[in-house]
Design a protein. Structure first.
Length: 162
């Protein structure tokens, strides 16, 4: 698993740093990719990441890679987002489970959306409240990590330039 992550995630990020992408811009793209990749609206993260990347001139392939890797956590966080949204909006908790959700999806996406509309609204409200803070925290954690990586890359290149 670690080998796969190094090849598919770490190596492309390091390549971008080697190509001169600013650590701050890379950290912002990754942070947004992580948070948008966990949006509780299935099927929207790819489009939303693309729009954000194009609007703010962030690295689109990086954001798409990161948001795609978030698929497992996206599924795991749907019910917690629903519960948080219910709490925030003081709504009655609905009986929800992964098994019931998958059974609804088996009857068609539109049918599931109609039946789960309140849960979708609650989850979206919760995610909308959490997302800006999560992006900020993840960004603040990643900037020094990417700055350190960029310094290491520069130090490796320095002896070659002499």
């Amino acid at each position: 698993m670690m080998s796969w992550l190094r090849r598919r995630l770490v190596a492309p990020l390091l390549t971008l740093l080697m190509q001169g992408v600013a650590p701050e811009r890379l950290a912002l793209g990754v942070a947004i990719g992580i948070v948008v990749g966990n949006i509780p609206l299935l099927g929207t993260s790819t489009v939303l990441c693309a729009l954000i990347a194009l609007r703010f001139r962030l690295n689109l392939p990086t954001m798409q890679l990161v948001q795609t890797l978030m698929a497992p956590t996206q599924l795991l966080l749907i019910i917690p987002f629903v519960r948080l949204g219910e709490w925030l909006l003081r709504a009655q908790p609905q009986p929800l489970s992964v098994k019931a959700g998958l059974a609804l999806l088996a009857n068609g996406v539109w049918h599931a959306v109609v039946v789960l509309w309140d849960a979708i609204v609650h989850a979206s409200c919760a995610w909308g409240l959490v997302a800006p803070f999560a992006i900020f925290v993840i960004y603040r954690i990643l900037v020094p990590v990417f700055q350190h990586a960029a310094e290491q890359i520069a130090n490796r290149r320095a002896p070659l330039a002499r």
